[in-house]
Design a protein around this ligand. Sequence first.
Ligand code: PAF
Length: 277
Amino acid sequence: MQIADTGTALREILKSAPRPCVLVPTMGAFHAGHLALMQQARALAGPGGTVIVSIFVNPIQFDRAADLAAYPRPLTSDLAACGEIGVDVVFTPAADAMYFPDRSVSVTESLLSRHLCGASRPGHFDGVCTVVLKLFLLTGCDTSIFGEKDFQQLAIIRRMVRDLDLPVEIVSGPTVREPDGLAMSSRNSRLTPQQRQDAPRLRQALLDAVSLGSVEAILSSARAAIEASPLTRIDYLTLVDAETLQPISEILRPAVLAVAVFYGEVRLIDHASVAPA
Ligand code: PAF
């Protein structure tokens, strides 16, 4: 496994890398969800292709300095996990290797990012799109894999690829959950034992609500179930069209019930599909 910590070093390594090149962009702190994406990448690249994993806690997608500072960075164990899975190249740049201090160009998506995490985390998706575009350009990857847990991120990346004619195929990987239903997240490790025990209620609240038929019934049932715990504070709870990610007042097409909650300083997200009657 080769490791690069600058764009120049990465380009040098990848000059002679066999195709297809499959990129898994990550911020590290791997859990089983990341490992599944890397295994999926390995299978897609085949034994002769190249799997690239980027590990970069991207400062420009954090809207809260405390969240950026607290983000776990267990690089040694992350690299070991990449080695075990058979990743070919790991890209681990420092922030100053990715961004000029006076950078003045970024990517903005202006429709799908209006609601959900885009509304409650100003600038977040500009930061995600900008770093992902840079990673596509630095690696020249053929395919890139993103988790379905961050479904707004996945939709926005697909839109960026479509609108900017990027020659990269986007593949999604299913959400991996703990046995009690909690979606795997690097942030779960920051929950207190009491918060961790409470957190699976989030998923259950969504699943219990999605079959209730009307937008009002779904939202009020999920809100009541989530607010029944004194440990959480809802950041948003929204029912959106599955394609446009705009809030809906009637369920005429596939939709998504999406939630973000705070447990103290830790923000968790989850979502569930809603089918039209
Ligand atoms: O999903 C993530 O971990 C990040 O948003 C990504 C795609 C690696 C960009 O920094």
